[in-house]
Design a protein around this ligand. Structure first.
Ligand SMILES: [Fe+2]
Ligand SMILES: [Fe+2]
Length: 402
């Protein structure tokens, strides 16, 4: 059997997509990209991607051209459900089988899974065909599920997924699973460094760095799209930024507990020592060998510099401050104001926004103001993805009382 032009075209697209995936290190950026590329080569209108960990199916990311074209936003909030065969994604995650369904409304009654139409109803959408693929790692464990929704014909009609997509999809899902496993490991390693920082400074938690990382990416993405940054470069920068931001305060591991955990205000001398965390962070991340190291060092060193030159450690001004550090600074302050800390409750949303908006031009890069403001709703949604761990907070309070 020869390969038709269409087949080889598809194959080329899948191979190209695979190359893109292996170059992504961050798990969030990767999940988004696995879905984007798969929708491209299957010409799917919509899709969702899930991770599978510890018997739980976590909905991570979804895309929908029809809804986006209508001008509506796709929610960023994640949710988790226990693994069960009753949903299509759960069935694929539990069995490792591919499900190619021509019409979800014609699923036989005796099938173990059924179609949940609550999303369709809420979003005024009509799901017809679905192709649901397991992401299986080399130990034969399902680490994720990729669900493609509504294949489109050339005239943009919703049609069934061609059976050739199953084979190509299977190959692509294998590449996706390998990239996903590596990204999970990278995230774990970064979190271990953050956990070390948290031992010294209880404010520098895993959820905090994840929030600041995802806020920074959202602000950068808005800026990059407005400035017509080429897509491959934009994705690469988002990937490196998402990881690099997580280490912004890694230098706090080198600051004494006496200062970091002091309940009262710091004296000017103590403040000077505290400010050293930027220099120590840059020291920890020196020997730049990759774009990640370079950006992580810039961010660790410059995230407390202010646009008007009043920041530390070097009092840099305006464009002297590395761009990604200017973005991190906005995200870090936004998170400090909008979340609770041992010494304060979170501020009300409107107070946070008012205070933040006042700081553009003095503390923050004024050119980034429109991007911060346009992303506010997204930032609020991203915040829900990384709630502070209450148990840890209570444990901390008890520790403090000792
Ligand atoms: Fe800091
Ligand atoms: Fe921070």
């Amino acid at each position: 059997m020869g390969i038709s032009a269409t087949d080889s075209e598809f194959l080329e697209r899948v191979l190209a997509a695979g190359t893109i995936l292996v170059n992504i290190g961050d798990i969030d950026i990767l999940l988004e990209q696995i879905l984007t590329e798969a929708r491209f080569f299957t010409n799917a209108d919509a899709g969702s991607i899930y991770t599978v960990e510890g018997g739980v199916l976590s909905f991570c990311h979804s895309q929908n051209d029809t809804i986006t074209r209508r001008g509506d936003r796709i929610p960023y909030t994640r949710f988790s459900i226990p693994l069960s065969k009753s949903s299509m994604a759960g069935y694929v995650a539990s069995t490792g089988e591919i499900l190619n369904i021509d019409d979800v409304r014609k699923i036989p009654d005796d099938a173990p899974y059924s179609f949940d139409d609550s999303y369709d109803k809420a979003a005024f959408y009509r799901t017809r065909s679905t192709l649901t693929l397991p992401l299986i790692n080399n130990r034969k464990v399902v680490v994720g599920v990729l669900q493609l929704i509504n294949a489109r014909s050339d005239s943009r009609e919703f049609i069934a997924f061609h059976s050739r997509m199953e084979l190509l999809g299977k190959y692509y899902a294998t590449l996706g699973a390998l990239a996903l496993e590596r990204a999970m490991m990278t995230r774990t390693l970064l979190m271990r460094m953050v956990n070390m920082t948290e031992l010294r400074d209880p404010g520098e938690t895993g959820p905090h760095v994840n929030r600041v990382g995802s806020y920074s990416v959202a602000i950068y993405d808005s800026w990059a799209k407005a400035n017509r940054v080429e897509e491959a470069e934009r994705i690469h920068n988002k990937d490196v930024l998402r990881m690099a931001v997580m280490l912004h305060d890694v230098g706090k591991t080198g600051i004494s507990d006496v200062i970091l955990k002091k309940p009262a205000a710091l004296s000017p001398d103590e403040r000077k020592i505290m400010e050293n965390h930027c220099i120590i962070g840059a020291e920890i991340l020196r020997n730049c060998e990759s774009p990640f190291d370079e950006m992580a060092k810039d961010i660790a060193l410059c995230h407390h510099e202010n646009w008007d030159g009043t920041g530390y450690p070097r009092g840099l001004k305006g464009n002297e401050i590395p761009f990604m550090a200017r973005i991190t600074s906005i995200a870090d302050v936004f998170d400090a104001l909008s979340s609770s800390r041992a010494y304060k409750n979170p501020w009300a949303t409107n107070l946070v926004t008012d205070e933040m908006e006042k700081l553009f031009g003095s503390k923050f890069d004024p050119d980034l103001k429109t991007h911060f403001v346009s992303q506010l709703e997204v930032l609020q949604e991203l915040k829900e993805n990384y709630p502070e761990n209450r148990k840890t907070e209570e444990g901390r309070k008890n520790d403090d009382e000792k």
